[in-house]
Design a protein around this ligand. Sequence first.
Ligand SMILES: NC(=O)c1ccc[n+]([C@@H]2O[C@H](COP(=O)([O-])OP(=O)(O)OC[C@H]3O[C@@H](n4cnc5c(N)ncnc54)[C@H](OP(=O)(O)O)[C@@H]3O)[C@@H](O)[C@H]2O)c1
Length: 260
Amino acid sequence: MESVVESFEQPVVAFVQGASRGIGLGLTELLLRDEGVARVWASSRSPHRSDGLSRLRAEFGERLERVAMDVTDEAAIAEAARRVKDGSGELDLLLNVTGLLHDERLGMRPEKSLRDLDMTHMRRSFEVNAIGPALVIKHLHGLMRHGRRAVIANLSARVGSIGDNRLGGWYGYRASKAAQNQITRTASIELARRAPELLCVALHPGTVDTGLSEPFQQGVPEGKLFEVERAARQLLEVLDGLGPEHTGSFFDWAGEPVEW
Ligand SMILES: NC(=O)c1ccc[n+]([C@@H]2O[C@H](COP(=O)([O-])OP(=O)(O)OC[C@H]3O[C@@H](n4cnc5c(N)ncnc54)[C@H](OP(=O)(O)O)[C@@H]3O)[C@@H](O)[C@H]2O)c1
């Protein structure tokens, strides 16, 4: 199997934030199967309850470290950063994957119209999709390797693009992803001043067959609903092909730029 971390100095240490299922689990598995990767830190709210991560832990042992980290709890993020520092020292790759589109327990569905806007649901979207990933960068960027290639990638969504918005709807998700995009861009500028070889980018994975997209898969054109394994490979290949000149940009799964 071809390596997805060829552009990095090896062995690579990665952190996948939002790794218990969906695309994050796929990214974690692909990284663990790559001989260039020494260790993967995998977080979610309850990673020890994830069957997928338990299976990978049984197969890969201590190359996989599970960390409980709710991105809406800054103290938990700070504690996770301390664990990574003590356990691995530095990171080559940080994947901020967590995202929220709907939550049946909260009665939260993407809004079709202005009359559906709800303070609690919108606040939750911003906490999970924008503020949480920003705080993850706040606490983990100091662990990114200095003096050699390192990458921070935030999983965004094309529907977060303002320029591309022709359909409307999905206010909370769109707006929180647009906010996340601005954070990605702003962080990329600050980080490049201190570490020119540290990239910070936003990625659109395409429509991927996960719990997040499951209720909305009906209109997806034939061949455009990606299996998780394929989506994860595509994203890692895009990252592997990026250079310092690409920092602060937004790319889709095919490596094409997405307008902001
Ligand atoms: N699937 C698609 O078609 C699609 C399309 C465009 C963009 N995206 C983006 O791609 C990313 C991954 O999506 P996905 O489809 O893989 O989603 P998913 O299957 O719903 O998985 C979401 C992950 O986020 C974790 N998570 C949720 N809330 C969290 C919190 N408060 N703190 C920490 N972790 C939390 C979940 O773990 P726990 O529940 O265990 O905490 C899970 O591992 C998201 O950013 C999404 O917006 C997806």
